[in-house]
Design a protein. Structure first.
Length: 407
């Protein structure tokens, strides 16, 4: 693998070049070819969360769901890729595919199919909010808007008083999940911020402010690393303990979680104007950069080093790149914004150099060598729907600095 050299602190080395336009264009062309081929392969059905030997199979059947059905937390990353592809190319085939999925997301929320998750934010920011803005007819936009508002209301059912957090997973009556949130939840807040902007109802904005404050105070550690999960007492609201579900140890730093922290705190700073969230994003960012290996793409947990290696999680690198590009937009300090832009370009360059297929037809994934859940041996050294989406989003942001975010 080849990549731009890094210093020990993860910053671009002196004299390091930014990502070249030719390299970026070639990477975009290859990614778009894969998205187009996957639409042909899967039609209006949904690929699995991860590849299997670098090929996406249909999402497996489950009780009440046929193979390829819209269930789980990752399906919107597939339609999100289609929206990005349409914005990049203007090809109506991409938009038509995305709109068919938007109809399916509307049916999912109205039928209350598999909604017991905070990841309604992931699902409906990409599955419906995009269509509410980008659909070709007023009727389609209105239908998608209504579905997104329904999803926001379902998400609000998970808000726990007096802890002031949104519970992550499962039936709210399940004592094993009571009071648990996870760092990924930062990326689910834009659905509520949008709902506040659409309706003027303060309950949405209040939930975002309280939830992000609790994560800033408790899931972000004093050394600027992050817990994956954290528990609060649902009766008293008292913070209890941090833990992990997908990281190496409770006190280690799961790489994808740290990347969610960079991007999630940054977008919630944009939504709330809270400067402490911008500071939190940079704290996560500096820790992430300081723990990158020599080729610039993180191991699946940041406890690992080049001297003690482990599988990579390229999806964490793609998420972090998007986070740095968001910081480059929202940070009012020109010098810090320029640093964020340089870090993003380097991260994307490193992903292109060593973590993409040599030819588009060699894999169904846009981005290779990700990890879903190593402790459960799920999706290790495979492509992932979210890795593909955030890689394509990063390329889109670099190609069009005025791109209007989906978050």
């Amino acid at each position: 693998m080849t990549s731009t050299p890094h210093t020990s602190a993860g910053a671009p080395a002196p004299g390091a070049s930014t990502l070249g336009a030719d390299t970026r264009t070639a990477a975009l062309d290859a990614a778009l070819a894969t998205v187009r081929r996957n639409i042909t392969l899967h039609g209006d059905l949904y690929p699995d969360d991860t590849t299997h030997a670098n090929r996406y199979e249909l999402r497996p059947a489950a009780p009440g769901f046929a193979a390829g059905a819209n269930r789980g937390w990752t399906t919107s990353f597939w339609s999100g890729q289609q929206w990005l592809a349409w914005e990049l190319t203007g090809d109506q085939d991409f938009r038509a595919a995305a709109l068919r999925h938007a109809d399916d997301f509307a049916e999912r929320v109205r039928g209350e199919h598999d909604l017991d998750t905070h990841d309604l934010g992931f699902l409906y920011s990409l599955g419906s909010l995009t269509a509410a803005r980008l659909a070709s007819t007023a009727a389609a936009r209105a239908d998608a808007r209504a579905a997104a508002l329904d999803a926001a209301d379902h998400l609000m059912r998970r808000f726990l008083e007096p802890a002031g957090v949104i519970q992550a997973w499962g039936d709210l009556s399940d004592p094993r999940q009571a009071g648990r949130t996870i760092i990924d939840s930062l990326m689910n807040m834009p659905l509520l911020s949008w709902a506040h902007a659409e309706t003027g109802e303060e309950r949405y904005a209040d939930a975002v402010r309280r939830h992000t404050t609790q994560l800033r105070e408790h899931i972000l550690r004093a050394d600027d690393s992050t817990f994956h999960t954290f528990y609060w007492d649902t009766v008293t609201g008292e913070p209890l303990r941090g833990a992990t579900e997908q990281g190496a140890f409770d006190d280690s730093c799961w790489a994808r979680g740290q990347a969610w922290g960079i991007y999630g705190f940054a977008i919630n700073h944009r939504a709330t104007g809270d400067p402490s969230l911008l500071d939190a994003a940079w704290r996560c960012a500096e820790y992430f950069l300081a723990h990158l290996p020599a080729d610039g793409v993180p191991y699946w947990d940041l406890v690992y080093t080049d001297e003690n290696p482990a599988p990579r999680d390229s999806s964490a690198g793609a998420i972090a790149a998007c986070g740095f590009l968001e910081l480059a937009r929202v940070d009012p300090d020109p010098a810090r914004a320029a640093r964020a832009q340089a870090f993003a370009e380097q991260l994307v360059g490193d992903l292109i150099a060593g973590y993409t297929p040599a030819r588009p037809e060699d894999a169904d994934a846009l981005l290779l060598h990700s990890v879903y859940d190593l402790p459960k041996n799920n999706g290790v050294d495979e492509g992932t729907l979210w890795g593909d989406y955030f890689y394509l989003e990063a390329l889109t942001r670099l190609a069009d600095p005025e791109w209007v975010t989906y978050w």
